[in-house]
Design a protein. Structure first.
Length: 221
């Protein structure tokens, strides 16, 4: 997960703040592996296949590569001082912080705008396993842990309670960071505007072409 930040300047002519970028390492790794397998099998069928096999392999590649890439490599969340940009498999949503009503976590992480429309954050998936692990993690420490000094402050002997608290899952930490940004920037002049949604035609077009070609080959076969 990469994080970039640039402090805002007071004047309106300041350049746009640099984005903090959030992506799913496991999604990227899984997508790269799937693309390798799909490419290996597809190219092998193209080179050594006979009859209609190369054409079927070509149609399958045209369909599979953009779909796999869209759901694994493509998702990302970009956040700066002015807006949240969510790049999902088939859409790109830009939400100025003034339009963000809440960021919610349940079985998926999602952002809700002021009109009540929900958008899932594909790049920040919820890990129920990590949550359960964090909840079950026992407190560890020495015998002096949790004691107070004579001044009423945590004792310096052993680790403090904060150090012994269960580690938060990474995606929960990211959501909390986004919530804090939304709260602090909601009324900023530069964080106002309209929510925009753009369809990812660069993904939909090739995938649709591959699906049509594959369907024609199967029907005419």
């Amino acid at each position: 997960m990469t994080t970039d930040h640039q402090s805002p300047l007071p004047d309106a002519s300041r350049p746009e703040a640099r984005d903090r970028i959030y992506r799913s390492p496991s999604g990227i790794a899984g997508g790269a592996l799937l693309l390798f397998i799909v490419g290996w099998l597809g190219v092998d069928a193209l080179v050594s296949g006979h009859g209609r096999t190369p054409w079927l392999a070509l149609a399958g590649l045209i369909l599979a590569v953009p779909v796999v890439s869209a759901f694994t490599l493509r998702p990302a969340v970009y956040a700066n001082d002015d807006r949240l940009r969510v790049r999902n498999p088939l859409r790109v949503i830009k939400l100025p912080w003034g339009q963000v009503a809440s960021l919610r976590s349940h079985y998926s992480n999602e952002v809700v705008d002021t009109s009540g429309t929900k958008y899932q954050l594909w790049a920040v998936p919820v890990s129920l396993r990590a949550r359960k692990k964090a909840t079950r993690q026992p407190l560890r420490g020495t015998g002096g842990e949790g004691r107070l000094s004579s001044l009423g402050r945590p004792s310096s002997f052993g680790r403090g309670a904060a150090a012994d608290a269960p580690a938060r899952p990474e995606t929960d930490r990211i959501m909390q960071e986004l919530r804090e940004t939304a709260e602090s920037r909601a009324t900023a002049d530069s964080a106002q505007g309209e929510v925009t949604v753009r369809w990812a035609y660069e993904v939909i077009g090739p995938a649709l072409a591959g699906a049509v070609l594959l369907a024609i080959l199967l029907v005419t076969g």
